[in-house]
Design a protein around this ligand. Structure first.
Ligand SMILES: NC(=O)c1ccc[n+]([C@@H]2O[C@H](COP(=O)([O-])OP(=O)(O)OC[C@H]3O[C@@H](n4cnc5c(N)ncnc54)[C@H](OP(=O)(O)O)[C@@H]3O)[C@@H](O)[C@H]2O)c1
Length: 344
């Protein structure tokens, strides 16, 4: 019987027929039948040595991998959840934090494997360091601080207006990236391995110093086709910067705040996003376009080299993302290429 109904009937129950003024005791609500929960036992082994690291008794079958990581952390405080990789197979893929224990192909005694991902650092810190470095380094060359060029050029400025324009474009690009990191992107991963920051910073800082050295050099020569070349380059650069920003906004709007949802991105009302009709990662297409514009503007070999390396890197990532879209979504638009329409 419904519990509320029992309570109502009890309220309205007539007094006893024998005239006693004692109220009739309300009938006891029917007991809810509880399903017996089958708890799991989870043993965590080291993926490298197969040594047993932890045994968790009476684990709720609805526990997520994230919660299991937290339990494991209690017995091994040195391995905080972000640096744990928990797998079903010692050499397999990491399970997601949202994966639920009872949905995994394991019995009630589950064996999971642990791998230490190493010290972690937050993505935001990584990006701020990666992008803050090039911004400041470039400006040091632009202002010709001492010990870079001949002392007679200390704190002088170039006589070519394209050098000033290039500095504005370079700074604009990195300020945009910094602001997007802080206010636009909704990352699904909180952290990345600390060692990556050294690799990434060497790449970004190294290239920006190399480019800045030549562009701001007292002997720098402006582009061969003069003003027309610079103007065309500026248009390409700005067009691609707006395009890149538009895609970042479209990707942000795909993911509700605080979630890790991944959806198929589609063009929006903003025409810059219409490139989604033809490629899976138009933000990379626009990024490469921006650097092509910058190369044309400065006509500088290190910039061309940076553009080429960046393109190769983004092409590899775009191919990986394109493959995962095809794997994850059956209805993924077939017309799309990873980064360059109909080509790559
Ligand atoms: N110059 C260079 O060498 C170079 C190289 C790489 C990148 N970049 C620049 O850095 C920017 C960001 O790079 P990135 O590799 O982080 O770009 P990305 O993988 O396309 O991600 C951009 C943001 O969108 C989210 N996102 C991507 N696909 C999504 C989907 N289907 N549903 C929901 N959210 C999604 C990402 O979240 P997740 O956290 O889930 O990924 C991330 O927060 C690039 O657009 C480019 O401008 C420059």
């Amino acid at each position: 019987m419904d519990i509320n109904l029992v309570a109502l009937e009890a309220k309205q129950a007539p007094k006893k027929a024998n005239g006693s003024k004692r109220p009739v005791k309300p009938a006891k609500p029917a007991k809810k039948t509880k399903k017996a929960v089958v708890f799991f036992e989870v043993e965590i082994l080291c993926a490298k040595t197969k040594d047993k690291l932890c045994f968790l008794d009476k684990v709720d079958p609805n526990s997520t991998i994230g919660e299991i990581k937290a339990m494991f952390h209690k017995s091994h405080p040195q391995w905080y959840p972000a640096r744990q990789s928990i797998r079903l197979d010692a050499k397999g893929k990491s399970l997601k934090d949202e994966d639920i224990l009872q949905n995994l192909p394991v019995g009630t005694t589950a064996t999971l494997y642990f791998r230490d991902l190493g010290a972690q650092i937050s993505w935001v810190t990584v990006f701020l360091t990666e992008y803050g470095g090039p911004l400041l380094l470039y400006l040091m060359f632009y202002f010709r601080v001492p010990f870079i060029y001949n002392t007679k050029y200390d704190f002088t400025t170039s006589k070519h207006w394209v050098v000033h324009l290039a500095c504005m474009c370079h700074s604009f690009h990195y300020v945009k990236r910094l602001l997007e990191t802080l206010f636009v992107h909704r990352f699904s991963h909180g952290t990345m391995p600390l060692r990556n920051i050294f690799k990434n910073c060497t790449y970004y800082w190294g290239f920006s110093a190399w480019m800045a050295y030549y562009i701001n050099h007292p002997l720098y020569t402006p582009p061969a086709y003069g003003e027309q070349q610079v103007q065309l380059a500026l248009i390409i650069f700005l067009f691609c910067q707006i395009g890149n920003f538009s895609i970042h906004i479209a990707l942000r709007n795909l993911r509700p705040p605080g979630s890790k949802a991944r959806k198929i991105p589609y063009p929006t009302k903003n025409p810059f996003t219409w490139l989604f009709l033809l490629v899976s990662c138009p933000n990379y297409t626009y990024e490469v376009g921006s650097w092509v514009g910058f190369t044309l503007m400065t006509q500088c070999l290190p910039v061309a080299f940076f553009t080429l390396v960046g393109f190769i890197q983004m092409m590899i990532w775009a191919k990986g993302k394109h493959r995962s879209y095809l794997k994850e979504f059956r209805d993924y638009p077939r017309l799309r290429s990873p980064i360059l329409p109909f080509m790559l």
